[in-house]
Design a protein around this ligand. Sequence first.
Ligand SMILES: Nc1ncnc2c1ncn2[C@@H]1O[C@H](COP(=O)(O)OP(=O)(O)OP(=O)(O)O)[C@@H](O)[C@H]1O
Ligand SMILES: [Mg+2]
Length: 367
Amino acid sequence: MNASIEQAAAKGAIVTPAVSVEIEGVNLSYGDNHVLKDVGLSIRPGEFFAFLGPSGCGKTTLLRLIAGFNQADTGRVTIGGRDISALPPWKRDVGMVFQSYALWPHMSVRRNVAFGLEERGVKRAEVDRRVDVALGLVGLSHLADRRPSQLSGGQQQRVAVARTVVVEPKVLLLDEPLSNLDAKMRVQVRRELHELQQRLGLTTIFVTHDQEEANSICDRIAVMNDGIVQQVGTPMELYENPVNLFVANFLGTANILDGRIASDSRHFELDGGIVVAAGGDIPPGSKLVFRPQHAVLAPADAEGAGIAMSCIVTGREFLGASVRYLVTIGTKPVAIDVPFQSGRDLIEISAPASVRIPQRSLLWLSN
Ligand SMILES: Nc1ncnc2c1ncn2[C@@H]1O[C@H](COP(=O)(O)OP(=O)(O)OP(=O)(O)O)[C@@H](O)[C@H]1O
Ligand SMILES: [Mg+2]
């Protein structure tokens, strides 16, 4: 798609100044189902922003609210500083790509892309020019005369994107646009989408329940659960400093250990009698959380720095770049990832061993 983008840029591609999107104090209910709960988000001009969360948490509802297909009970949405809450969808300068693509089956690719411009009464020559640019942007110029049924899933997805960007929206909304594609295509098309978004500099909101997808292409992510924004941050911020157990669990694998906070608030007694020094005050109600790759697995008698917890190795999974050891600390199963080095001995199953974690890698989190 690179070459097509270059050509499109040379022809004067569809570029509008990037705008911010502000969502303030939004509540929305379907009957007595309170779906969005006091949602507030600031999305920066030109940002590739993700709504990430499990099925049913309200992602599509929030996207449709921005597009104007849903009305909030309270709160407002502004785009580029302008309150658009009262505007109908077609006056919002927002383009939405639906999960189903919703292409017209009886129309060619070219006519599908032209449709929105024709509806707006744009002159024929201008329609042709803009459709050519949009098809070039998504690398589909050579398939312009095909019907959607004669295209692969990935190609149909690109038609849906072309059809949306051709009307020059200020904000692009993508609702799980890759969910109909197989694993390999998903990776390819998500890179293409990212490239296109960078080229157009278009403020984009991308809905997904796939953390890898959000991590790989988005500047920042809002993690949602049950209609509540749990945390907003870059993929790395969310991974390294999750605010609660939900975010820690949703972004990557997290080991979570129950225990009792000692009366001095600085020690944590795990089930099985192991005591961990926190190096500071432990917030009330916390559990001990750490990532599999932040710990080191060593022979039981090995010396070393950090917090040491004795464990028994119960299983082993070869993951390619690393080996995931399944161990039991006290009574609790835990995963430890060790980089795989060819020729190095693996730790035996059933062996007593020691898990060591730098104190700074311990997280103290609650729900
Ligand atoms: N039109 C509707 N009428 C009533 N309830 C609805 C409607 N649309 C969605 N809901 C409910 O609102 C909640 C949020 O739905 P939404 O479609 O926003 O979730 P989502 O996060 O997009 O989930 P998914 O990942 O499965 O697409 C769900 O409980 C859903 O059943
Ligand atoms: Mg949805």
